[in-house]
Design a protein around this ligand. Structure first.
Ligand SMILES: NC(=O)c1ccc[n+]([C@@H]2O[C@H](COP(=O)([O-])OP(=O)(O)OC[C@H]3O[C@@H](n4cnc5c(N)ncnc54)[C@H](O)[C@@H]3O)[C@@H](O)[C@H]2O)c1
Length: 448
């Protein structure tokens, strides 16, 4: 029997991207404002979409001798940036010009050039629970008789936005704070239990889950930029499949983990051992403040720690990675703001066990790295929703390229190696567009 992978879909089956695409963002802080201001700057021709694979990346089609390498955005039917309309929710009132000033990622002159546009977007009151983010005090919050009522208020917001904005399609992307660490409970196991939990105000249903549930109920794809459990639970996978609506997550792969998922595959492919990997960061933005709480940091820690185990597979390579010590720290250090510094000290060993060290000092900008990932996710999730062979799958594993801790089907370990993830993404695009997959075998160049 043909597997779904072998069945060749056709580009003609993808619904065209007519009309506007609404981007709905719970959490309009540093990442969201940098995304929105950035898209507007690009639309006005002030800047280029650097860091965005969907906008600047190319894709090889056919053989190396064919010379067919279009831009991804010219190959796949992605919504153009001119068609994006933004809205969202936050616990802080005010408009996005003020929020972007507070985030202090972009230069004041750059923001001033787009002031009326940014002032025209005001976050809607949020669904928030202080237990989940203790370091923030809400000013702009919904009240409701239980979690079901609050989630239905989000559904009403969605319906109003659809009507007022005139958008034909919507995508939701969580750019809100990292919530405290929770593990899966019975309430997360089935949709029925989850919906019962909503009416019973179950404490294990977090605010991010309310947004995700509301989006999926409305047939809107949901991407998770934070390490929260959110859609990585059976109940949400069930709802996603039932509604034929894609989900993906979790935790944008921006700085240290991005580099880690480049270096670890390099060590592994050369069969070099790793004795220890110590990663530390200083970060001074609001995200850093939230992560200063141990319960919130634990969520991020778990997301960051899984990477090496999956790439290096100590159980298959005990001599090289069996005793590896992996530590990750994040320290809140206000003077640096959004300009994070991440250090890695890596103790490796080679031939006959002789030790060596590698030091990485990445002076990065957190939201400058995250914004293009958020943009790509919105455009690709919209594409997934319009693609019959993708939308019914639930988790969009081909988008694991963008995540520190990619959601994957139960029983399937996630791929963390950045280059495997990139191949998976590009082959998925080739597949849905009816092009040959690229295997890099290449023997046919040397035949008769
Ligand atoms: N910037 C990066 O490089 C990066 C990388 C990976 C993950 N992330 C994650 O992305 C998220 C956003 O990061 P950021 O730097 O923009 O943080 P931020 O603190 O600047 O913005 C988050 C916003 O979410 C709001 N918020 C919190 N709970 C909310 C709720 N229930 N409903 C609506 N709004 C809510 C906060 O008020 C805040 O304005 C964080 O979870 C962060 O861990 C960021």
């Amino acid at each position: 029997m043909a597997t779904p992978e072998a069945a060749q879909p056709s580009a003609a089956s993808i619904t065209p991207h007519t009309g506007k695409l609404g981007i709905m963002i719970p959490g309009m802080g540093a990442v969201a404002t940098t995304l929105i201001a950035g898209v507007e700057a690009i639309r006005r021709g002030y800047a280029k979409p650097i860091g965005s694979m969907s906008q600047m990346g190319t894709i090889r089609l056919g053989k190396r001798t064919d010379n067919r390498t279009p831009l991804i955005k010219d190959f796949a039917p992605l919504a153009p940036l001119d068609d994006l309309v933004f809205t969202g929710w936050d616990i802080f009132g005010g408009n996005l010009y003020d929020a972007a000033k507070t985030a202090a990622v972009l230069d004041r002159d750059q923001l001033d050039a787009m002031k009326p546009f940014l002032e025209s977007i005001e976050p809607m009151p949020a669904v928030f629970e202080e237990r989940y983010v203790k370091r923030l005090t809400p000013k702009h919050q919904k009240v409701g008789k239980n979690k079901c009522d609050l989630a239905n208020q989000i559904r009403n917001d969605i319906a109003e936005f659809k009507a007022k904005s005139g958008t034909d399609r919507q995508v939701m992307i969580w750019c809100g704070s990292t919530e405290i660490y929770i593990e899966q409970k019975p309430v997360h196991q089935t949709l029925e239990a989850f919906e019962k939990g909503l009416t019973e105000d179950d404490p294990d249903i977090s605010p991010s889950m309310l947004y995700a549930w509301a989006a999926l109920k409305e047939g809107i794809p949901f991407a998770n930029g934070a390490p929260n459990l959110t859609v990585d639970i059976p109940a949400m996978r069930e709802l996603s499949k039932k509604m034929n609506t894609p989900i993906c997550g979790k935790d944008f792969k921006t700085g240290q983990t991005f580099i880690k998922t480049v270096l670890a595959p390099a060590f592994k492919t050369r069969q070099l051992g790793v004795a220890g990997w110590y990663s530390t960061n200083i970060l001074g933005n609001r995200d850093g403040e939230v992560l200063d709480d141990p319960d919130n940091f634990k969520t991020k820690e778990v997301s960051k720690l899984g990477v090496l185990e999956h790439i290096l597979q100590p159980e298959l390579n005990p001599d090289l990675y069996g005793d590896m010590y992996h530590k990750v720290r994040i320290n809140y250090y206000p003077p640096r703001g959004d300009n994070k510094e991440g250090w890695d000290n890596i103790d490796i060993f080679g031939w006959l066990g002789y030790p060596m060290q590698l030091k990485v000092d990445f002076l990065c900008r957190d939201s400058i790295l995250a914004a293009p990932l958020a943009l790509d996710l919105c455009l690709f999730m919209d594409l997934a929703q319009r693609t019959p062979s993708l939308r019914g799958l639930g988790i969009q594993e081909w988008l694991s390229f963008y995540f520190k801790d990619p959601d994957a089907a139960p029983g399937v370990y996630p791929e963390h190696d950045l280059f495997i993830q990139s191949m998976k993404l590009k082959n998925t695009l080739r597949h849905i567009m009816g092009e040959d997959l690229i295997t890099h075998l290449g023997l046919d160049y040397y035949g008769e």
